[in-house]
Design a protein around this ligand. Structure first.
Ligand code: HXC
Length: 257
């Protein structure tokens, strides 16, 4: 593989990125960021890929940004290096991205999971933002995305104390869409991704864009955006096909997937 820190696999219309620095519990160093972002971009640009899964190992999704790589850095290293800027590119991927999380998802690992469109958690998953224990704060969107996901009270407690939460608590808080037995995690994530990838790709991308817009706009402009996009999908062959298939009691054969 051209990637040093990840494994990249395609299975039908699903692309699977596996974080692969087991000795460091998948700590996210600069090379890992570049690999994940360029693999996700490669998959996003491939019309034969309709959904992406990002996963880690049984023990760790990712135990955070790489502390050893960061420890001696100065403000200038961070600022001029525009540290963590690369992750913004992952957030701009249009293809739906599922995080399949088992074990530790801490600091940057929790933030990477939050960067994905939704999280499926193994019952072994542990989420936390322990940065404060290292004398820093979240730096890959945790203060914003965790707060939007779980609300102020729990985000404040997690970010100010570094307390880690388990899969059940994460599900109750709305951080993850579902909890599954650890042994089923990858199969479940893969089949969820296959379901998404079997839909019309432009329609799935538009749905993702609209849900993300809910975090950026007022209700009124969000509804207006939805209405415009809803009207526009009637220009797609896939709308004709999807509705015809329902009426004819058969499976849709979407063209744009
Ligand atoms: C670099 C890491 C690492 C990390 C683990 N390792 N996390 N290396 N950066 N974030 C390395 C350890 O140093 C160790 O290497 C090996 O992985 C195994 O880890 P252990 O600690 O021996 O495993 P265990 O006892 O099972 O404990 C697991 C753990 C612990 C609870 C997850 O590793 C841990 O607390 N890690 C740090 C979690 C964290 O603080 N994350 C936030 C990072 S800051 P050796 O070579 O010793 O065997 C962050 C901030 C983003 O993400 C923005 C801030 C600027």
């Amino acid at each position: 593989s051209e990637y040093e820190n990840i494994l990249l696999e395609r299975s039908g219309r699903v692309g699977i990125i596996t974080l692969n620095r087991p000795k460091a519990l998948n700590a996210l160093n600069f090379g890992m960021m570049q690999d994940v972002v360029s693999a996700a971009t490669e998959l996003d640009n491939d019309p034969d890929v309709g959904a992406i899964v990002i996963t880690g190992s049984e023990r760790a999704f990712a135990a955070g940004a790489d502390i050893k790589e960061m420890s001696e850095k100065t403000y200038m290293d961070m600022y001029l290096g525009n540290w963590f800027r690369g992750w913004d590119t992952l957030a701009a991927v249009r293809t739906p991205v599922i995080a399949a999380v088992a074990g530790h998802a801490l600091g940057g690992g929790c933030e990477l999971a939050l960067l994905c469109d939704f999280i499926i958690a193994a019952d072994t998953a542990k989420f936390g933002q322990p940065e404060i224990k290292l004398g820093v704060i979240p730096g890959i969107g945790g203060s914003q995305r965790l707060t939007r996901a779980v609300g102020k009270a729990k985000a404040m407690e997690m970010i100010l104390t570094g307390r880690t939460i388990g899969a059940e608590e994460a599900e109750r808080a709305g951080l993850v869409s579902r909890v599954v037995p650890a042994a089923d995690l990858l199969d479940d994530a893969r089949s969820t991704a296959e379901t998404i990838a079997s839909m019309s790709a432009p329609v799935a991308m538009l749905g993702k864009e609209l849900v993300n817009a809910a975090f950026e706009t007022s209700l009124d402009s969000g509804i207006r955006l939805e209405r415009r996009v809803f009207h526009s999908v009637f220009a797609l062959e896939d709308q004709k096909e999807g509705m015809a298939a329902f009426i004819e009691k058969r499976k849709p054969d979407f063209k744009h997937r």
